[in-house]
Ligand binder design. Sequence first.
Ligand code: ATP
Ligand code: MG
Length: 366
Amino acid sequence: MTLKRLFIQNLRNLNSVDVQPSHRVNLIYGENGSGKTSVLEAINVLALGRSFRSHKHKPLISNGQNAFTIFGKVLADDHAEVPIGINRQLDGTASFKANGNLVGSAAVLASYLPVQTINSDTFLLLEGSPKVRRQFIDWLVFHVEHKFFQTWKDCQRCLKHRNSLLRHDRIDPFELSTWDQELVQLTEQLHLYRAECFEIFKTTFYELLQEFISVDGIAIGYYRGWDKEKSYADVLAAGIDRDRQQGYTHMGSHRADLRITVNGQNAAEILSRGQQKLLVCALKIAQGYVFSRMTGRKTVYLIDDLPAELDEKHRELLTRWLDAMATQVFITGVEQDSLLSSWHNKPETEIKMFHVEQGCVTEHSP
Ligand SMILES: Nc1ncnc2c1ncn2[C@@H]1O[C@H](COP(=O)(O)OP(=O)(O)OP(=O)(O)O)[C@@H](O)[C@H]1O
Ligand SMILES: [Mg+2]
């Protein structure tokens, strides 16, 4: 899966960008504030319908403009070319297109262009809320299990109904039991999808880990969102009083998490900043590896300001892994030379350089 052409109009300071990236390595450099992160942001928006910097769409639209448009030509792994695009208006209206047809949601685009981002926020994967880690594992489950997304949506809807019912003064027991039955079935199913993917992920992660970080006792575990010794139906029944008192469902797949520990203690509280970054890199690389193995496809990596985030030795290590995966990567940095230096001994890898200057992106040879 590679992005063969990228067209960006009126996103932040990028008013008109039209580039043909390398199917392998794309190094994007320029001064602070020139628009490097915005280029990655555009790819992220194209792939997921949302930015990694803002939940709102307005800050993304260039000042004084009414909308942004991002268009990409994706070369699928079976060599088919798929045009995908997104247009977002100031009033919030969004339209997504794939293969010339309007599609209902960004999730459809996501299946065409799987991306993994590594930036300073990614390093919150360890210390951030469970939601961040749930999204991390769900990315993989979404791409490998086609029924996952519909099950997840149904489960969210069911949970919403149950929560709203819990807030009623009088609850019809029949109605509650109907929602509970559906919720139990969907929740157990979601858990099975996640657990299956996680087991495969865990093996790869442990294999990779030693290369990235030399700390003993690192472990990763999957928490399903309720006590694993009990069935979800029993947990719902046992928790009904508390759920009613507080008006929401306490336990379930919406509370799932990944627990990353060092000798049993939360990794975020033990590891140094740099070690945390390396651990997160190992998680991200393992994710791409497992994705490739399970789907036969490749994910695109977006890496923002790599030189600033890792020391030289670990930059080289990450470069080596990315190179071995033979996947498409977009890496930004302020200095052209330090970006290039990690790739100097990879003569076979096709590298394209892009200079960003006040929102204009120009390609030149390395
Ligand atoms: N809605 C907008 N309209 C126009 N310009 C914007 C908008 N939002 C942000 N900008 C500007 O776009 C520019 C690009 O920001 P971006 O974060 O992409 O820069 P960068 O090259 O990654 O910089 P750094 O090296 O500091 O990370 C900044 O100058 C920013 O002030
Ligand atoms: Mg930046």
